[in-house]
Design a binder for this molecule. Structure first.
Ligand SMILES: Nc1ncnc2c1ncn2[C@@H]1O[C@H](COP(=O)(O)OP(=O)(O)OP(=O)(O)O)[C@@H](O)[C@H]1O
Ligand SMILES: [Mg+2]
Length: 373
């Protein structure tokens, strides 16, 4: 078993319901190491299986090695150690132009003096696609990225967000087996970004391509991906479908990166009772033997607030310290036993609490989760 194939990874095959999935696009990475001159270790023994037709996302903070991993897949960097196969073929030594892979780079890498149209058509021209077919595909993809009206503009007369969309179009239009995307939506405003997230995912499924998508935005990763790999300092921490990485992070790094803030050092565990600075809480099941210490995670949205403790729940006394209005939901910063505890309530038929209110905090034993520190 590889380091990346965590127990959570093995459990759930991704559902890919597309008959046109291209078998040539499965990717295997084995023990990949990449060091740069100096001491920089960009990748430190990466093992990964990316399935054909999968929307696979590399998620991690700045400098964790995401771009380096994409560049290795594209053949723009060679690993110091390890191997990679695409479609079952070892391509570790294969030059970039002989890999059935296209890349949308973090820097757009467009031809500034060419028009939008010619930038998008470039790859099709190289592949010798006949003019009529080429025009049809350019038009189709330009509509997709909502830049149909700008086809004759030169790229150096466009905004950053518009350039980013052209870089995306230029790669998509060639319909490669594997598309590598390095933060392709980062320069877009929230509305367009949300729209393209959905459409990009739809296109990927329709064409049956394999996408390896890079982002440092966990919401974007969760909304788009079949599976996510969370990277830290060149090491894969966890691989799994979004709900699993979010609800069952394997360690505190992944939990924090997925946006969880209620983490407490475990002071002791006896049977199903876990002690932290919050107090004693019941868990659902006793720990597996050999698991001691670690960190307790309570997700914000599982915490119930009210005048009484819910039946069968852990009950704690809390005081509202801050209230943040977020439209569809309300976030509360509570104080429980002198500790800060964040809780999110839906803004629908819920009582609104005010700063200073004393309330009962209910947490179901199933939602008291122990993870590695
Ligand atoms: N050509 C290079 N020479 C030396 N070090 C490099 C080179 N390219 C990347 N690195 C280093 O390797 C590490 C990983 O860089 P990489 O670009 O893969 O990060 P990233 O996850 O894509 O970050 P970001 O989210 O900021 O784009 C960093 O510490 C970086 O400084
Ligand atoms: Mg990068």
């Amino acid at each position: 078993m590889t380091a990346s194939a965590t127990p959570t990874d093995a459990a759930q095959p991704t559902e890919i319901d597309n008959a046109s999935v291209r078998d040539a696009s499965a990717i295997t990475l084995r023990n990949l190491h990449k060091r740069f001159s100096g001491d920089a270790i960009a990748l430190d023994g990466v093992d990964l299986e990316i399935r054909a037709g999968e929307f696979f996302t590399l998620l991690g903070p700045s400098g964790c090695g995401k771009t380096t991993l994409l560049r290795l897949l594209a053949g723009l960097e060679a690993p110091n150690e390890g191997s990679l196969t695409i479609g079952g073929k070892d391509v570790t030594e294969t030059p970039p132009h002989l890999r059935s892979v296209n890349t949308v780079f973090q820097s757009y890498a467009l031809f500034p003096h060419l028009s939008v149209h010619d930038n998008i058509a470039f790859g099709l021209r190289m592949k010798g696609i006949p003019a009529a077919e080429r025009e049809r595909r350019v038009q189709e993809i330009a509509d997709f990225i909502k830049l149909g009206s700008l086809l004759e503009r030169r790229v150096n007369q466009l905004s950053g967000g518009q350039r980013q969309r052209i870089a995306l179009a230029r790669a998509l239009v060639c319909e490669p087996d594997v598309l590598l995307l390095d933060e392709p939506l980062s320069a877009l405003d929230a509305g367009l970004r949300t729209q393209l997230q959905v459409e990009l995912q739809r296109t990927q499924k329709r064409l049956g391509m394999t996408f390896v998508f890079v982002t440092h935005d966990q919401d974007e990763a969760m909304v788009m991906s079949d599976r996510i790999a969370v990277l830290d300092s060149g090491i894969i921490q966890q691989v799994g479908p979004p709900h699993e990485v979010y609800e069952r992070p394997i360690n505190a790094f992944v939990a924090r990166f997925m946006g969880h803030v209620n983490l407490f050092d475990i002071q002791g565990i006896h049977d199903v009772t876990v002690t932290t600075a919050l107090g004693e809480l019941a868990m659902e099941a006793p720990l597996q033997p050999g698991k001691h210490g670690g960190v307790m995670l309570i997700r914000q949205e599982v915490i119930e607030l009210g005048p009484t403790v819910s039946e069968g729940y852990n009950g704690l006394d809390g005081v509202v310290k801050e209230r943040h209005y977020r439209g569809s939901r309300i976030e509360y910063r509570l104080e429980v036993n002198g500790q800060p505890l964040m809780a999110t309530a839906s803004n629908l038929g819920q009582r609104l609490y005010a700063v200073g209110d004393r309330i009962k905090v209910s947490i179901h034993p199933e939602d008291v989760v122990r993870i590695e520190a």
